[in-house]
Design a binder for this molecule. Structure first.
Ligand code: ZN
Ligand code: ZN
Ligand code: ZN
Ligand code: ZN
Length: 159
């Protein structure tokens, strides 16, 4: 795709207020609702979620389940989730999940200054494990990457 120069000048005049609301995550129109947590337009699609499927095809669910914004709201915290000390505390031992939940694609607004965290490494091979991608296994404080998990438990014992 060719990069276009952003036209800033004169934009104000052209920009009319959009009257058609769009889902803030996928941009669809129609069958929308507002998020309870942050009052943004979003697909009203939670009923399409198939239980135990772990599918991430519902904008509504993705936002309320996989973001700090949703977490913050569901836990009844006060104030802005981006500066919430409670959220931060709750994820103290899993900072990676905190950063992921605050910066993933299901957010309308992202964490501006996500804290640094030590990546989780496989206790067997030392590879970095991306927690949000799943497939790894955890016992006590040991983490195994998906590859090591598969080679040790080929029949998917954890599944
Ligand atoms: Zn959507
Ligand atoms: Zn929200
Ligand atoms: Zn919070
Ligand atoms: Zn490994």
């Amino acid at each position: 795709m060719a990069k276009r120069k952003p036209k800033k000048a004169g934009r104000k005049k052209i920009a009319k207020r959009r009257t058609v609301p769009r889902c803030g995550l996928c941009g669809k129109t129609g069958n929308l609702t507002k998020t309870e947590c942050c009052d943004q337009w979003i697909c009203d699609d939670e009923d399409q979620y198939v239980i135990f499927s772990y599918a991430r095809n519902s904008c509504y669910r993705n936002h309320s389940r996989y973001t700090l914004c949703g977490y913050h709201y569901n836990e009844d915290h006060q104030g802005d989730w981006k500066t919430c000390a409670k959220c931060r505390e709750d994820f103290e031992s899993e900072l990676e999940m905190y950063v992921e939940s605050g910066t993933n694609e299901y957010n309308f607004e992202k964490l501006e200054n996500p804290p640094d965290y030590d990546p989780t490494k496989c206790n067997k091979c030392g590879r970095i494990i991306v927690l949000s991608e799943g497939g790894y296994s955890q016992r006590a404080d040991e983490y195994w990457c998906p590859e090591c998990t598969d080679s040790k438990f080929p029949k998917g014992i954890f599944g």
